[in-house]
Design a binder for this molecule. Structure first.
Ligand code: KG4
Length: 338
C-alpha cells in the first residue's frame, strides 16, 4: 500500500511516499529555518504562508522521486495535530484536497506518533510494545507504546518542551535558530561542571518534568554576565545546561521502563539528535539491560516519511477521516483522531 504523506506542523514542509509503513520511496523536506532565524524563532504566520507556497510542488516532487503516478497512490496521510494551528491547517487542507481528488482514504496522523514511527523506517525489526522518550521542539513525553495505535502517556513536561528550552538557551548564548544543534556543538568543547543549574521535580508525579526553571536560570546567567560585563563560559554553560536536560529525561525514562517492565526503549523527535542525551541513554540502557533504538539523525527532525509510516498503521487500525476533520494545536497522543 502506497501512502502519500504530508507534514507541516511547524517550520518544515514535507511530503513523502511510503510503502507498507516501512519502505520510503521518496522523502522531501523543505525547511524554513533560515527564514525564521532572522527573528530568533518561528513566526507562525510566516510558517503558514511558506507552507502554502511550496506544498503543491513538494507533492509533485515526492511522486516523481518515488516514480509513482497519482493513480498509484492508495491513501493520503497528514499530520492533523499538534502544532502551530495555521501551519497544520495548510498541510491537512492540502492532503484533504488530494485525497478527495484521487478518491482515496484520508488518514489523520498525530505528529508525535509520527516521530515515534520514524523508528519503524530505520529499524525493520522494531515492533511494539516498547517505551518511547519523545522529545521535540513542542513536545516532551514518556509514552508506553502498547501497540502501533495504542499509547499511554506516563510522563510529560508541565511547561516548556525540551526543544523549546534548547532554542531559548541557544538564543541567549548568541547561537542561531534552531538552537539545538549549535548548543550541542558548543557543549562538546567543555567538560562542564561550572554552573549549578536547577533540576526540577514535580511533586507527586515523579515521571513528569519541568524545564521552565532551567531555562530561566540560563537566561539569568547570560543576562547577568552581560549587565556586569562579567565572564561567561559559554561552552561550559551549554554543557551544564545540556546535562541538566539529559538528567531530567534519562532517569525518568529508565524509571518508566522499570515500572512498566518494558525492556525496549525508543527515542524520537528532534532533540533525540542530541549527543549527550544519546550517550546517556546508551549508558543507562546498557546498565539496565534494555535494548535501545536511537533513530538516525536524518529521521529525528520533522519529515513526511514518518507520517507515511504511522499513517499505514493508523489505516490498518481503521483510523481514517472524512473531509470534516479539523486541525488541532494540541491533542493527546493517546487519543485517536476525532
Ligand atoms: O522534531 P523537531 O524537528 O520538530 C518538532 O516536532 O518540534 O524538533 C525540533 C527541535 C528544535 O527545538 C531543535 O533545536 C531541536 O529539536 N534539536 C536539538 C538538536 N537538533 C535539533 N536539540 C538538542 N540537540 C540537538 N542536536
Amino acid at each position: 500500500m502506497k501512502i502519500l504523506a504530508f507534514e507541516s506542523t511547524c517550520d518544515e514542509t514535507a511530503a513523502a511516499v511510503v510503502e507498507d509503513g516501512r519502505r520510503v520511496l521518496s522523502d522531501i523536506v523543505a525547511s524554513q529555518a533560515d527564514m525564521h532565524a532572522l527573528y530568533g524563532g518561528v513566526v507562525p504566520e510566516i510558517a503558514s504562508r511558506k507552507h502554502v507556497e511550496v506544498i503543491a510542488a513538494l507533492a509533485e516532487q515526492a511522486l516523481a522521486q518515488a516514480d509513482c503516478t497519482r493513480a498509484g497512490i492508495d491513501a493520503v496521510a497528514a499530520s492533523y495535530a499538534p502544532g502551530l494551528i495555521g501551519a497544520v491547517l495548510v498541510g491537512l487542507s492540502f492532503a484533504k484536497s488530494v485525497a478527495f481528488g484521487l478518491g482515496v482514504p484520508l488518514i489523520p496522523v498525530h505528529h508525535v506518533r509520527g516521530h515515534i514511527a520514524a523508528n519503524y523506517i530505520a529499524f525493520p525489526d522494531l515492533e511494539p510494545p516498547f517505551l518511547t522518550l519523545a522529545i521535540s521542539g513542542g513536545n516532551t513525553l514518556i509514552v508506553d507504546v502498547r501497540d502501533y495505535t495504542d499509547m499511554e502517556i506516563l510522563g510529560s513536561t508541565r511547561d516548556d518542551a525540551a526543544g523549546e528550552c534548547f532554542d531559548k538557551a541557544a538564543r541567549v548564548l548568541g547561537l542561531s535558530y534552531p538552537g539545538g544543534k549549535p548548543i550541542d556543538q558548543l557543549a562538546q568543547q567543555s567538560q562542564g561542571g561550572v554552573y549549578a543549574l536547577p533540576h526540577a521535580q514535580v511533586d507527586g508525579a515523579p515521571l513528569d518534568m519541568s524545564f521552565s526553571g532551567l531555562k530561566t536560570a540560563v537566561v539569568n546567567l547570560a543576562h547577568h554576565a552581560r549587565q556586569v560585563d562579567g565572564e561567561l563560559d559559554r561552552a561550559a554553560l551549554a554543557r551544564d545546561f545540556t546535562q541538566a536536560v539529559s538528567d531530567t529525561l534519562v532517569p525518568r525514562t529508565m524509571e518508566a521502563a522499570r515500572r512498566t517492565g518494558r525492556r525496549t526503549i525508543v527515542a524520537a523527535g528532534g532533540v533525540a539528535a542530541n549527543s549527550v542525551i544519546r550517550s546517556d541513554l546508551e549508558r543507562a540502557c546498557e546498565e539496565a539491560g534494555c535494548r535501545l533504538y536511537l533513530p538516525p539523525l536524518s529521521l529525528c527532525g520533522d519529515n513526511g516519511a514518518m507520517i507515511g509510516a504511522q499513517g499505514y498503521y493508523e489505516y490498518l487500525a481503521g483510523n481514517t477521516a472524512g473531509m470534516e476533520l479539523n486541525a488541532y494545536a494540541t491533542r493527546d497522543i493517546s487519543q485517536a483522531a476525532p
